[in-house]
Design a protein around this ligand. Structure first.
Ligand code: ATP
Length: 335
């Protein structure tokens, strides 16, 4: 199989029929088109960000890729396997981490969850031990193995969950919000681990996140989905360009000075010796910082990223797509 076709979606659809009671004898039937003629391919070893507004269809796509949901139409393959038909065979080749849920046993020490998975998924002993040792070392889990999962902090639990998803050496890892709620240090540790995993093992990663820095630091490619349709597929810089998004440079000067001149950056706010400069997010901050440092008495500076929702909203706006709920048709029926 060519590498470019490791994950393939060809005009995939997912329609949900939802019934809701609206009165004593009346109910309303709604058809929600969560995924709408979605086509893309992911090559083996790629790390791809999969982003979009709430309700865009991201989780539905991931659930179809794992075989939890069956598509209503179209063709979907992961490593040549039809996920919904051969879910068990596929399970041996994929790993899944949902940031908001844990696959670990709440009351058991972390190591007991891993032992149970070792048996349940029939992971060969050598492979299990090698993968566990590696995860324990890189995710710094050594002191946590005997701690019951419910006593772990969110960041520790997340690292524990990532290790659990990797014990069987999957070729693909689906990550749904892997850094949600984590502090800066835990986020950095998780990202560093994912980078190493991808570089050393060539693990393909599909990452859903609301944190732009996850994408920036991990993904060479980003796909934006809205209303179940693919709206953008390319590098993050290109996404910034399409939406004209801006980053902010916060500069602390040694004293109060007139607004800094450093086009294309422009001063958007001044408070005493601190100035805020907006500049195109598609451009590197380094040359701008170097120019300001050479011409002004600089004490400190930091770069603030736009949030992912703002970037997506601007991109969709620039494409003439106004935010609205996913396509659905409502019909009233008497039940
Ligand atoms: N089991 C279901 N039954 C009915 N409708 C569903 C079901 N699962 C998802 N939907 C609907 O499908 C649409 C897409 O939902 P999905 O969870 O895939 O979005 P998402 O992009 O993951 O959103 P979020 O960022 O909020 O998690 C939404 O309108 C949602 O209400």
């Amino acid at each position: 199989m060519p590498d470019g076709d490791f994950i393939t979606l060809d005009r995939v659809e997912k329609v949900f029929d939802v019934r809701r009671k609206t009165g004593f004898l009346r109910s309303e039937r709604r058809r929600v088109r969560a995924v709408d003629s979605l086509s893309f391919t992911v090559a083996r070893g790629e790390m791809v960000g999969y982003i979009g507004p709430n309700g865009a269809g991201k989780s539905t796509t991931i659930k179809m890729l794992t075989g939890i949901l069956t598509p209503s139409g179209g063709r979907l393959r992961v490593a040549g396997i039809d996920p919904s038909r051969e879910r068990t065979r596929l399970a041996a080749r994929i790993g899944v981490v949902f940031g908001q849920r844990t696959t670990l046993w709440w009351d058991l020490p972390l190591i007991d969850s891993y032992r149970l998975m070792h048996r349940m998924y029939r992971i060969p002993d050598g492979r299990y031990r090698e993968n566990l040792d590696r995860c324990v070392e890189l995710l710094e889990l050594g002191d946590l193995l005997d701690v019951p999962v419910r006593q772990l902090s969110l960041g520790q639990r997340m690292r524990g969950d990532i290790a659990a998803a990797l014990l069987h050496d999957p070729e693909v890892l689906y990550l749904d919000e892997p850094t949600i709620g984590l502090d800066v240090i835990s986020k950095a540790r998780v990202r560093e681990f994912l980078r190493e995993l991808n570089a050393e093992r060539g693990t393909t990663v599909l990452l859903t996140t609301h944190d732009l820095q996850d994408i920036e630091q991990l993904c060479g490619r980003v796909m934006v989905i809205d209303h179940g349709r693919l709206m953008y597929d390319g590098p993050l810089a290109g996404l910034h360009e399409v939406g004209d998004s801006e980053r902010t440079l916060v500069v602390d000067l040694a004293r109060e000075l007139p607004p800094i001149e450093a086009a294309p950056a422009r001063v958007v706010k001044v408070e005493g010796p601190r100035q805020w400069l907006a500049f195109p997010a598609s451009e590197s901050a380094a040359p701008l910082v170097a120019r300001i440092a050479a011409a002004y008495p600089l004490v400190d500076l930091s770069v603030r990223e736009p949030d992912i929702e703002a970037v997506i909203a601007k991109m969709l706006q620039s494409m003439g797509d106004t935010p609205q709920p996913p396509p659905e048709q409502a019909e009233h029926v008497v039940s």
